[in-house]
Design a protein around this ligand. Structure first.
Ligand SMILES: C[S@@+](CC[C@H](N)C(=O)[O-])C[C@H]1O[C@@H](n2cnc3c(N)ncnc32)[C@H](O)[C@@H]1O
Ligand code: SF4
Length: 402
């Protein structure tokens, strides 16, 4: 251990074989809706092209049955936020979302000011439908814009053009106010000037929140098999710098690796993931992380929609449930927390993992020595270098078994 290591990192790790919690973390609810109008060639999410109508009534019934099966594992706990993601939840009718949220409220206590987000694709936009989602209780809309450039939207295989994106954006801001735009950069043959123009088009709407993703070629996607002509690494880095500078100048806080928000508009649901809170995920392929007095479990639900529906009907919602081990929990906590620009208070580690911070002492020592982590005993905060080389920083915590 060197002098660069703040004293509290050196506290004895103890011999705890299991975590020990005095209080459980906040609990969020994730609901997965697995269908899309068309599968985008870059997307590796659990999303399936729909042929005909989505079986929404049967799927809402299954989601509510799934929630009921899960009740014993969350007894007495309040839900702090809901996120309906996909896939394309906006494929569903407002009546289906209303029945779903009504069913959730009848089964679990929801905080009165809970953030309730729904992901929408501009290709499914109808003003009446958006108003119906709002009336059902959705108070935040996350719109998958990707780009306001029609040529790029075609190259990305999106089902909507720039005009539809604009109409959906306008209506979303008018109806919900609390809106996120998903945008991507490093698009096929994109130049820095084009990326700037695209971002300017997005910022003209002044959305309170923007998620900015670098287009990546994910295995098992069409783009991976037939890669489009992407900008070279230098151009992509220049685009990234231009994007950061423009958003900063426009008053957005870059509060997480891919997330930017005007002050006061950070996403509460995602912040709970990054702070290693608990979440129950229901729906096809949904993941959960749940804490109990002396263990943390991860659950996975059946991935294929038909498999999920059939198994729920048989009373078997889970495909897999595993304990998070002592060796993995430190890495999992740091993997999330280090995505946050402001980091987290050091005390949160013990609160959320059930182990003392000394469990990750080796990683903390290495990260501080390499200048990737601030040498501040009160917080776990990446330096600017650590944010730039986040993978390197995170990987220092891969094995916590000393
Ligand atoms: C589940 S989708 C959101 C909503 C909706 N399905 C849509 O696309 O309009 C989540 C977001 O992840 C981003 N995304 C998906 N695949 C990506 C990839 N290969 N590279 C970068 N971002 C990606 C997109 O911005 C997308 O909007
Ligand atoms: S609409 Fe969204 S979830 Fe569906 S395939 Fe495209 S990016 Fe993936």
């Amino acid at each position: 251990m060197t002098d660069a290591v703040p004293k509290q990192f050196t506290v004895d790790a103890g011999t705890l074989a299991r975590p020990s919690f005095t209080a459980l973390p906040p609990l969020a609810l994730y609901i997965h809706i697995p269908w899309c109008l068309k599968k985008c060639p870059y997307c590796d999410f659990n999303s399936h092209e729909i042929h005909g109508d989505a079986p929404e009534a049967r799927y809402v019934d299954a989601l509510l049955a799934d929630l009921e099966f899960a009740l014993p594992s969350i007894w007495g706990r309040k839900v702090v936020s809901i996120f309906m993601g996909g896939g394309t939840p906006s494929l569903f009718s407002a009546a289906a979302i209303d029945r779903l949220l009504g069913g959730v409220r009848a089964r679990v206590p929801l905080l009165p000011d809970a953030e309730i987000t729904l992901e929408a694709n501009p290709g499914t936009f109808e003003r009446q439908k958006f108003a119906g989602f709002y009336a059902a209780g959705v108070n935040r809309l996350s719109l998958g814009v990707q780009s306001f450039d029609s040529a790029q939207l075609r190259a990305l295989g999106r089902v909507h053009d720039a005009d539809e994106a604009r109409r959906a954006a306008e209506a979303a801001l008018m109806i919900f106010g609390n809106v996120n735009f998903d945008l991507m950069y490093g698009l096929p043959q994109q130049t820095v000037a084009e990326a700037r123009a695209d971002l300017a088009a997005a910022l003209a709407f002044a959305p309170p929140h923007v998620s900015f993703y670098h287009l990546t070629l994910e295995p098992n996607t069409l783009f991976h098999r037939y890669p489009p002509p992407l900008p070279d690494a230098d151009t992509a880095a220049d685009i990234e710098d231009a994007v950061h500078a423009t958003l900063d100048f426009a008053g957005y806080q870059h509060y997480e690796t891919s997330a930017y928000a005007k002050p006061g508009w950070q996403c509460a649901h995602n912040a709970n993931y990054w702070r290693f809170g608990d979440y129950l995920g229901i729906g096809a392929g949904a993941h959960s992380k749940l804490s109990f007095a002396d263990r943390i479990v991860r659950q996975l639900r059946w991935k294929q929609p038909k498999q999920y529906l059939d198994n729920i009907a048989q009373g078997r919602p889970l495909q897999e449930e595993v304990d998070v081990t002592r060796d993995d929990v430190g890495f999992e906590f740091m993997l999330n927390a280090l995505r946050l620009t402001a980091g987290v208070p050091a005390a949160l580690f013990a609160e959320r993992t059930g182990y003392p911070l000394s469990l990750v002492a080796t990683g903390l020592e290495a990260a501080t020595r390499k200048g990737l982590l601030e040498p501040d005993p009160a917080s776990l905060r990446p330096t600017e270098l650590g944010r730039r080389f986040l993978n390197d920083l995170q990987s220092l915590f891969l094995s916590t078994s000393a």
